[in-house]
Write a protein that binds this ligand. Structure first.
Ligand code: GTP
Ligand code: MG
Length: 459
């Protein structure tokens, strides 16, 4: 199938030293040639070369831009079609003109993600790899991009393929047992085998799923809220962690009125860090709204950093807030360690036995390393092993894996209850199909369109 030649600006919109207009499709080289003037015509240059010249407006013969044009002929390209990349050096205005000229002379504007979609449709990558490309573009830290990169390279794909193969092996073995009975009691031997092998597959899928929480955190950031009464040092903590003075810090209680969000990398884990207004009863109308927002943020947080003053006893209000967070991940921070202790830490420990407590003096930079280690430990047992594990970091994959677990659990349960083997097989086939959807087999066209439309333009 020959698709139309598409074109778009593939670099971020904005000022940059270089911007690239990318074309893909059968006519890519020809269209570029109509606009290009250089030592040789682009149709006569070797593939995978970069060529110096000018983009001219054929109608006016005016030189629009000085360019380097990369020519990459199919099939050794990102989309497996002919690709031309026009490297422009001017500002966004000239790049736009170059794009407009390609559109005027035969190309169609690419939809978001259309280049990657073509790579998929032309069989160069599978669906999980394509989703990896998207995550890679969006990833917020090096660790996150490593995970996305692995997915792009097809790690998840090969893992899932192995699982599917195991299921096929089970199904095949069951057939063999039925056709060529080795044992007297074929049926019993077969269901036993079925149960045992299915359990192994189930465990593997569960393992994959477990890594999903970590994968999601790496991709989206761990939503972390700094909470506490006014003046305990919440904004100071945010500033310290992001190594910047983004939040206003004063000794006036009630300084922070609104929530402030920043991304920060803590031991390789991306945190979406949220500073909030100190929680207290107040008549100030603005502060009141701020406090309401703090309470809302608290509810939605994956991790809560509850800050307390070392030089003040625990109040009823603290207890009330701490009690309300019983089901959440909380690290208590006893700050202002440099001041005289009024807070009974032992009492705090006995009230909340499982809770992690760290002592800090933010103005003296003490205790914050310990805090960072605790955060990492809570979600990653100290260290991120993204290189060795196949993280699943995509909601669609997570949902499919959950369904696959439920299907294989049905199979195991049926086998345990001596349901006829062919019924058990149906659930196994279903598991196999669900796993197939993760890597893009049997996915509907609609799903594909929806997925690729989430990409940014030019990718
Ligand atoms: N002695 C001492 N003072 C600190 C420490 N950390 C922060 N402070 C001071 O405590 C005061 C309050 O700090 P903030 O960071 O504004 O406190 P906050 O919790 O954000 O306060 P609100 O925004 O009003 O809720 C400032 O004067 C800080 O310099 C510390 O470790 N020791
Ligand atoms: Mg503050």
């Amino acid at each position: 199938m020959q698709l139309e030649t598409i074109s778009s600006i593939s670099t971020p919109v904005g000022e940059g030293a270089i911007a690239i207009v990318r074309l893909s499709g059968v006519d890519a080289v020809e269209i570029a040639d109509r606009l290009y003037k250089g030592a040789k015509s682009l149709s006569s240059v070797d593939s995978h070369t970069i060529n110096y010249g000018h983009i001219m407006d054929p109608d006016t013969q005016e030189s629009v831009e000085e360019v380097m044009v990369a020519i990459m002929r199919a099939p050794r390209t990102y989309t497996r079609e002919d690709i031309v990349e026009i490297n422009c050096h001017g500002g966004i205005h000239t790049v736009n003109r170059v794009l407009q000229l390609t559109l005027k002379h035969g190309a169609r504007m690419a939809e978001p993600g259309e280049f990657t979609k073509r790579a998929f449709l032309n069989g160069r990558i599978d669906l999980s790899q394509a989703e990896g490309v998207m995550d890679f573009i969006r990833s917020k830290t090096t660790e996150a991009s490593k995970v996305a990169n692995q997915q792009m390279q097809g790690r998840l794909k090969s893992y899932v393929e192995d699982l599917r193969q195991s299921i096929l092996n089970i199904l095949a073995q069951v057939e063999v047992n039925i056709d060529y009975p080795e044992y007297d009691d074929v049926e019993e031997a077969t269901t036993e085998f079925l149960q045992e092998e299915s359990r192994k597959v189930k465990q593997e899928i569960e393992k994959l799923l477990k890594s999903s929480t970590q994968g999601r955190i790496l991709r989206e950031g761990l939503s972390t809220v700094i909470i506490g009464k006014p003046n305990v040092g919440k904004s100071s903590l945010l500033n310290y962690l992001i190594q910047d003075n983004k939040a206003i810090v004063t000794d006036v209680a009630g300084t922070t009125r609104d929530i402030l969000e920043e991304y920060v990398n803590v031991n390789g884990i991306p945190l979406k860090l949220i500073d909030t207004a100190g929680i207290r009863d107040t008549d100030d109308i603005v502060e009141k709204i701020g406090v309401e927002r703090s309470r809302q943020a608290l509810k939605e947080a994956e991790l809560i950093l509850y800050v307390l003053n070392n030089n003040e006893p625990l109040t009823n209000e603290d207890v009330e807030i701490l009690d309300s967070m019983a089901d959440q991940n909380v690290i208590s921070i006893v700050n202002k360690l440099d001041l005289e202790a009024e807070l009974d830490v032992e009492d705090l420990k006995s009230r909340y036995p499982g809770m992690s407590i760290v002592k800090t003096s933010i103005i003296n930079s003490t205790g914050v390393d310990e805090l960072e280690d605790r955060i990492a430990g809570l979600f990653f047992e100290g260290e991120i092993q993204s290189v060795d594990s196949t993280y699943v970091s995509n909601n669609r994959h997570i949902h499919l894996l959950e369904q696959a677990i439920s299907a294989i659990s049905d199979a195991i349960e049926s086998a345990e209850m001596d349901v006829p083997v062919d019924i058990v097989q149906i659930d196994l086939v279903k598991t196999w199909e669900l796993l197939g959807e993760v890597i893009g087999e049997d996915v509907s066209e609609q799903l594909i369109d929806q997925l690729f439309s989430q990409f940014c333009l030019g990718k």
